[in-house]
Write a protein that binds this ligand. Structure first.
Ligand code: Q46
Ligand code: ZN
Length: 309
């Protein structure tokens, strides 16, 4: 198969885009072009904005950082140490990948170590909060959201950027639709505006790029990333929905994309237009940590910490 742009040998065939086959060079140019297109389409951020990029050491977040850097945006990385080992030194390896990536490009990386700040690794905090009744992911999500918002706010960044790709977004949409979680459906969008109480603007520039294509980008660009998934991700609901969508995609190439993109278009055309997000109206500052929360009284993060100690 030949590259439709230059006629050289194609290395990738994007089945979701019908006939799009590209050679290495054109594919490496196409991914940033697409990213830029969606940054503009959804008005995520501009050239003068300072972006804090949440990096985990995985292919999506490091590729995103690489793309934004190549596109000339002003970026700083944020790595959150979770203290997860899983027999593979998961957190240590992830940090090393992020440090190496930043050093090679002369970029700044901010590291926040959750165990040092909050007195326990994520598995430890989870164990003392839920006594083994839940996977650490609930606590992990709380801690990451808390730290990301705090770091972006304290650092005076205009936007917090994450590497969620189309597979992530489609699986979130699938979960929210199967359970008709209207609040989440109302909020799901490529960019979330800053909110009251210091809630920072968030953007997902890769939201319309397939996970498979991001893996190809990282590989062809020579980005070193952690291949292992977090040991706690096995058996998660999001993986289950991703597998379902992959089965659908195998039968009908492009199904994943049309599921997500048609949702975005429906929203643009006014689906949910009359509803205001009730959660936003409840936002106030947590009396203990000062971060925005919708929970009455203290935020979920502070309640979790209080239980853990
Ligand atoms: S890092 Fe944390 Fe994920 Fe690991 S403990 Fe669960 S939530 S699976 S994205
Ligand atoms: Zn709090």
């Amino acid at each position: 198969m030949k590259c439709i742009k230059c006629g050289e040998k194609a290395v990738i065939h994007l089945r979701q885009h019908n006939t799009l086959a590209l050679c290495k060079e054109d594919f490496l140019a196409w991914v940033p072009e697409q990213t830029q297109r969606f940054i503009e389409k959804y008005r995520m951020f501009g050239r003068d904005d300072r972006a804090l990029v949440a990096v985990s050491g995985g292919k999506d977040s490091l590729s995103l950082w690489d793309i934004l850097w190549r596109l000339g945006y002003s970026t700083t990385g944020l790595y959150i140490g979770l203290g997860i080992d899983g027999g593979i030194g998961y957190s240590d390896t992830s940090l090393k990948m992020c440090e190496k990536f930043a050093a090679e490009r002369g970029l700044q990386l901010q590291v926040v170590d959750a165990p040092a700040e909050y007195g326990g690794t994520i598995p430890e905090l989870s164990e003392s909060t839920h006594r083994g009744r839940k996977k650490p992911c609930a606590v992990c999500g709380l801690v990451k959201r808390h730290i990301m918002n705090r770091a972006a706010r304290e650092g005076g960044y205009d936007v917090l950027v994450t590497g969620h790709n189309l597979d992530d977004e489609a699986s979130i949409l699938m979960a929210n639709t199967l359970n008709w979680i209207s609040g989440y459906l109302l909020r799901q969008w490529p960019v979330l505006e800053a909110g009251p109480g210091g809630l920072v603007r968030k953007a997902k520039p890769l939201c319309r790029l397939y996970e498979r294509d991001m893996a190809a980008y990282a590989l062809l660009r020579g980005i070193e990333y952690v291949y292992e998934e977090c040991p706690y991700s096995h058996g998660s609901k999001s993986l289950f929905y991703k597998e379902m969508l992959n089965r659908l995609e195998a039968e009908r190439p492009g199904a994943k994309m049309s599921f997500y993109v048609a949702f975005l278009e429906a929203k643009e055309q006014g689906l949910f237009a009359s509803s205001t997000d009730p959660a936003l109206e409840r936002l106030h500052n947590c009396p203990s940590c000062g971060q925005p929360t919708t929970a009455p009284g203290g935020c979920a993060f502070c309640r979790m910490l209080a239980k853990a100690v």
